[in-house]
Write a protein that binds this ligand. Structure first.
Ligand code: TRH
Length: 385
């Protein structure tokens, strides 16, 4: 008799921006495509997914998007009236502490065996993550129903990073294929970068010194080709171009482009020599692109993001030539403070040829570990069963 695939429910409530959904969808797709799970992704805001995957129907309560069953997480689920119809999964994942709907939790407590229950946390390079990863937290009211914390991370004592099985192979093929890259650039900007141009993608938060960076890049020895997908970065590029969405200024060819589909954004990262990224998902994708990058961390009111930024820089620059590490850190810190990179950019620019191999080594080291979806399945199979 055929064994039915294990059923997984992933809950994601949009806090802010795009990354919560970006990460949750990527996880759901890996679990469905690569781990053979029957996955339902419950989203409270389908418009964010529609930005990342244009095929999404924001009016639908249940749809297939790229092999993932996407359900609208609405009041009916919260009130409990839709819980019976929906049924309870074998494994329940709440992302970023979004709190599984209480009526659903109540039904989980009644189900035997209890579903395995995971809280997938935000990514951090901080040391304390290893001590918190995989810890149990019995539900105060429904014990022994227990939630386990699962942390992405950069070490073997964490859950690792999301990485589709064929990602690195597709990356290598694209980065070796000049014709594919030329076609990509033609599709995105209408033109192909000149040979030897420094190709840069820009994605970040409000407050980053975009104009000052472009001014500093004018001093780069050679042509610079900048692509900024629709958002605060593209608005800053247009302002720098005096209102145009593309143009040449001081040897810099800059483009305010359309927002790319999530998978095509990978190609932008692979096609560039340097990527400015932000948050969590693009931050990870830039590392898989195996190219130098600058991370605009999601700023928090309490300033805790500085500790998080420092923790990642410590891991990322370990083993790097100290002078190069200092130059990279100076640019990252100026970028995150919103300070002009007029001083930090030239030093970083000069070190780029030496930093590039480090980015490749870093990606290779990360790729030696299981991907997050596989680690999560292993955890729910081996540890929780
Ligand atoms: O949008 P973000 O700032 O999301 C952030 C993070 O999730 C962070 O962890 C969270 O605390 C905060 O929100 C509330 O950055 P992030 O994580 O890079 O997500 C952006 C998504 O957009 C990512 O999946 C890549 C995708 N993207 C595209 O699909 N096309 C594009 O053109 C661009 C620029 C990005």
């Amino acid at each position: 008799m055929a064994v039915r695939p294990e059923r997984w429910d992933i809950f994601c409530r949009v806090v802010d921006n795009l990354g919560d959904v970006g990460v949750a969808f990527r996880l759901a797709r890996c679990l469905a495509r690569e781990q053979g799970k029957a996955v339902r992704l419950w989203l409270d805001d389908l418009t964010v997914l529609a930005r990342l995957r244009r095929e999404t129907d924001i009016s639908s309560t249940c749809q297939q998007v790229d092999g993932v069953e996407v359900r609208r997480w609405d009041a009916a689920l919260d009130s409990g009236e839709a819980v019976e119809e929906a049924g309870i999964a074998d494994v329940v994942v709440e992302t970023f502490g979004c709190d599984t709907p209480p009526a659903y939790v109540h039904a989980m407590a009644d189900r035997r065996p209890h579903p395995r229950w995971i809280n997938l946390e935000y990514l951090s390079a901080e040391e304390w993550v290893e001590g918190s990863h995989a810890l149990p937290s019995p539900h105060p009211r429904y014990a022994p129903l227990t939630r386990h914390f699962f942390f992405p991370g950069f070490t073997a004592k964490t859950g690792g990073l999301l990485r589709e099985r064929d990602l690195l192979e597709r990356r290598d093929a694209f980065q070796a294929d000049r014709a594919a890259q030329a076609e990509f650039w033609r599709g995105l900007t209408g033109a192909v970068p000149p040979d030897g141009a420094l190709k840069v993608s820009l994605f970040g938060y409000a407050g980053a010194p975009y104009g000052a960076l472009l001014d500093a890049m004018v001093r780069h020895a050679g042509p610079v080709w900048i692509a900024a997908p629709e958002g605060v970065a593209s608005q800053a590029v247009s302002a720098w171009l005096h209102g145009s969405t593309q143009g040449d200024r001081g040897g810099i060819q800059a483009f305010a482009t359309a927002f790319l589909d999530q998978d095509r954004y990978d190609e932008l990262l692979w096609a560039c020599d340097l990527n400015f990224v932000r948050g969590e998902d693009s931050f990870v994708r830039a590392q898989w692109a195996s190219r130098p990058f600058v991370w605009h961390i999601y700023p928090t009111q309490d300033g805790a993001h500085w500790v998080k930024l420092g923790a990642f820089l410590a891991r990322y620059t370990a083993g790097m030539d100290r002078a190069h590490a200092t130059r990279l850190t100076a640019l990252w810190e100026a970028w995150n403070r919103g300070d002009s990179p007029a001083r930090a950019w030239p030093a970083f620019d000069a070190a780029l040829p030496a930093i590039a191999p480090h980015a490749e080594d870093w990606a290779e080291r990360l790729a030696s570990r299981p991907d997050l979806a596989a680690a999560l399945v292993n955890f729910t199979d081996k540890v929780l069963k």
